[in-house]
Design a protein around this ligand. Structure first.
Ligand code: ZN
Length: 614
């Protein structure tokens, strides 16, 4: 009985609601109690593309521990099987080698013999030049967490992961958004947990580094491969304007430092992280205005993600299961709205002009409206199936699916107009994003229903039916309200309609992808004359109406026909020659421009100005 009182106290204490400060302290204590995994990375022969990893792994004296490697990395929704680049995994303790067995495609089981700590060594091959993989050569290394680090399986708590790099003699620098490890040694970083490790790329080599400060917070631009072509200093002002505008949009800077990794490697792509982003670009891109607009809007897109998706996120996107797909219906918010705001905020920041911005918007609308898959797949379904469709495209993809980037951005634009109309310009999609930030940037994220409700709440009226149609149906989007914003969309048809079959061909303009001088069908648009007549992907077109046609002559040859003309194509399919009869139709009109309507009234013109510069 004498233990009753203390037990009761304990129970009462457990029942009281801990404050956030208590919870933070508890987390900090747990963290302090957990021994870090310590990795040392070396590059004895970087020209062979290998990273040598040595990991000191605490075992808590368990007789058996299991290590695993992620199969994918957040932000890039495809199972990539990173473990296929891992080799020669060994384990030892006190100089004695330990039994090790591979038990799953990405998992290793080690018998520790009761040792409190074991040393695990392995090699990682990295020569895939993308933002979500590793790349190592004589010049530099891009290291991503997911494809590099084995960690304790099932141990996804606050265990620190410490990384030390030993650089080749001719590499001067490494940089990461990770905090430096205690002790101040160079090239040593400490992630508070595995999630942070995965989310924090490291670049090593001799990059040019530029810094600037916004709201007292340091930002770094890390350019690998400027090569005397890319003018790094010239981009700093524009990137800073983007940072100021986006931080101003959200009203808060949620990180202590931020790193833009800009790898000038003739590759392309971007990947967001909580405190960094990785961009890949051609060094010639900044030499043309068109290329520069592409690059600076990519910067804006990836940076907007530091809020939207990295902190304000769909409930399904965290905590992550690194062993399998993590599908969500909300990528139209995470990616689509980021695409909408990436471009719009670049215009608001003044780094692209109004007309350049409207050009970006017109291409999104044109792409959506010329993709037959928009009539087949709702954007929420496209999001859910990202893992098996968007990231695994084939020649039939445009016929059956739609990009949640493209449709999500266009839905964002039209939704923004709906909210502005509903509130007589009192509120906008900007307010939805900021309220979502306040409400859902915590540990749980938002569900599709919660995000939809929030839109109606801000609009002050039920937009549920509008959202249901835009997100969960294949009904065509209605663009008529763009006039409320003083804009008009132009569907320009050429003065004389060009004859059209619905084919995309390799070798012919405008793709001009060389296929050994052959005119080969790369894609057949569903519902087009070629589709209905039975022209197939991989057919080689040899002749039209008994006369040879070559890739460079295809476009000119079409000029000889009119919509309605019937022709006989001669095609080679699996080496067999056969004729296919087909009739041309007029080439469908495409959205070519979205522009201020000169006939718009003063109120619409003012709304347009406010939208572009609130
Ligand atoms: Zn994105």
């Amino acid at each position: 009985m004498r233990f009753l009182v203390p037990s009761l106290l304990l129970i009462l204490a457990a029942m009281s609601i801990p404050s956030e400060a208590d919870a933070q302290q508890a987390r900090a204590q747990t963290r302090a109690a957990l021994t870090p995994i310590r990795y040392t990375l070396t590059f004895p022969a970087p020209h062979t593309h290998y990273i040598e990893v040595e990991a000191q792994v605490p075992t808590d004296r368990h007789p058996v521990v299991e290590l695993d490697m992620a199969v994918w990395t957040p932000g890039s929704y495809l199972v990539r099987e990173y473990a296929r680049n891992v080799e020669q995994v060994t384990a030892e303790s006190g100089g004695k080698s330990l039994g090790i067995t591979k038990t799953l495609k990405n998992r290793w089981r080690i018998e520790t013999g009761g040792a409190p700590e074991i040393v695990v060594r392995y090699r990682v091959y990295g020569r895939e030049m993308t933002v979500r993989t590793n790349f190592v050569d004589a010049d530099f290394a891009l290291l991503n967490g997911a494809p590099t680090f084995l960690t304790l399986a099932g141990d996804r708590g606050p265990r620190p992961h410490e990384v030390t790099l030993q650089l080749p003699a001719n590499w001067k620098t490494s940089i990461s958004s990770l905090p430096d490890a205690p002790g101040g040694a160079a090239h040593r970083y400490r992630a508070p947990d595995y999630d942070t490790l995965v989310d924090s790329p490291i670049v090593a080599g001799n990059p040019a580094i530029y810094t600037f400060t916004v709201q007292g917070v340091p930002h770094f631009i890390v350019n690998a491969g400027e090569g005397g072509i890319w003018d790094g200093q010239k981009t700093v002002d524009d990137v800073k304007k983007i940072v100021e505008t986006i931080a101003g949009f959200w009203g808060t800077v949620p990180y202590e430092k931020y790193v833009f990794f800009n790898l000038i490697t003739e590759a392309n792509g971007g990947l967001e992280h909580k405190n960094a982003c990785t961009l890949m670009t051609s060094r010639w891109k900044a030499r043309t205005r068109r290329g520069y607009v592409d690059w600076i809007t990519l910067v804006s897109h990836e940076f907007f993600h530091a809020w939207n998706v990295k902190r304000l996120r769909p409930a399904e996107l965290g905590p992550f299961d690194y062993d399998r797909e993590n599908p969500t219906r909300s990528l139209w918010v995470a990616e689509g709205l980021t695409s909408y705001y990436g471009d719009l905020l670049a215009a608001r920041a003044g780094v692209i002009s109004r007309d350049e911005y409207l050009g970006e918007l017109a291409s999104l609308i044109a792409e959506l409206q010329s993709t037959p898959g928009r009539l087949s797949m709702p954007v929420e379904d496209a999001s859910f199936d990202a893992w098996i469709r968007y990231y695994r495209p084939d020649e039939n993809s445009p016929n059956v699916s739609i990009s949640y980037y493209t449709k999500g951005a266009v839905v964002g634009f039209l939704l923004d107009i709906e909210i502005r109309r509903a509130t007589n310009s009192g509120k906008s999609l900007d307010d939805v994003m900021r309220l979502a930030w306040q409400r859902y940037s915590g540990p749980r994220g938002f569900t599709p229903d919660e995000f939809r409700s929030l839109v109606s709440e801000v609009a002050g009226q039920d937009l549920g039916a509008w959202l249901q149609q835009a997100l969960a149906s294949t009904t065509e989007l209605d663009y008529s309200n763009v006039s409320w914003l003083g804009l008009r969309i132009r569907n320009d048809s050429p003065p004389t309609a060009r004859p059209w079959l619905g084919l995309t061909l390799t070798g012919a303009a405008p793709t001009l992808k060389n296929d050994g001088g052959r005119l080969v069908v790369a894609q057949v648009r569903r519902g087009s004359p070629a589709y209905d007549a039975g022209v197939n992907v991989d057919d080689e077109i040899l002749a039209i109406d008994d006369y040879r046609v070559r890739p460079e002559g295809w476009e000119a040859r079409l000029d000889a026909y009119r919509p309605g003309d019937r022709v006989r194509l001669l095609v080679a399919r699996r080496e067999r020659i056969s004729p296919i009869d087909v009739a041309f139709v007029p080439e469908p009109a495409r959205v070519t421009r979205i522009e201020p309507d000169q006939a718009a009234d003063a109120a619409s013109r003012e709304r347009l100005a406010t939208w572009l510069k609130p």
